[in-house]
Design a protein around this ligand. Sequence first.
Ligand code: PGA
Length: 261
Amino acid sequence: MKKLYFGSNLKMYKTPTETELYLQDLQERTKDISREEIELFILPSFVCLERAMHVTDADLIRIGAQTLHWEEEGQFTGEVSARMIEDLGLTMVMVGHSERRHVFGETDAEEAKRVQTALQHGFITLLCIGETAEEKEMDATEDVLREQLKVGLSSVTPETVGQVRVAYEPVWSIGVNGTPASAEYAGKVHATIKKILEELFGEAAAGIPVLYGGSVNPDNACDLIALPAVDGLYVGRAAWDAEKFDRLIREAMVKAKEAGK
Ligand code: PGA
């Protein structure tokens, strides 16, 4: 069976105490699931990371940061460096979440610098990509994703390609006002992403997990995970209750097995 990836970005929700309770609950509920079959990762906000690391077993839940600055240190008030999160023992960082791009105005060129720094520090680096509703309407999805991948992953070498993960999160599908992508649409776009990754990295592309994110919920998780080019689910709101996330993971695993994955 192929390994499946399940993760959640806690965004600007959950205090350090809430994060601790959530992680303890999630770890307890999911500890019997073989980590040969799944990888589970959670990205709490920066101020929760230290406590998150204390309460989780790294073999059961990987803790990651929601972003990082590309410089090693400097006069960048409010920013957090790779060295800082490395010092906490983290092994993963996300770059280019849709809210970073579209609420805070981050560009592909900046994401590329973040990815480069994250890879240099040895982090598993999850690059988020996705088209806006306008880009989708203009039939520009493939071009947008190609650009985001080409620029964002421009520093990736044969030595670091194994650290890369991609999350496809169409901007129009994310959050309370989002509409989940249909399985048909997600399947088509995931196949395109795999094709682009192969153009960029050749055979090594097969080792890059591509996760779907954007309004994943108990009703659509099974159809999405069954798609051949979907290697995992990146879940927001539907994962923030440990019991619900545990159930979603187990149901998705059954469905993936049925689909021959
Ligand atoms: P959502 O968030 O599942 O709440 O839409 C997804 C995300 O932003 O990663």
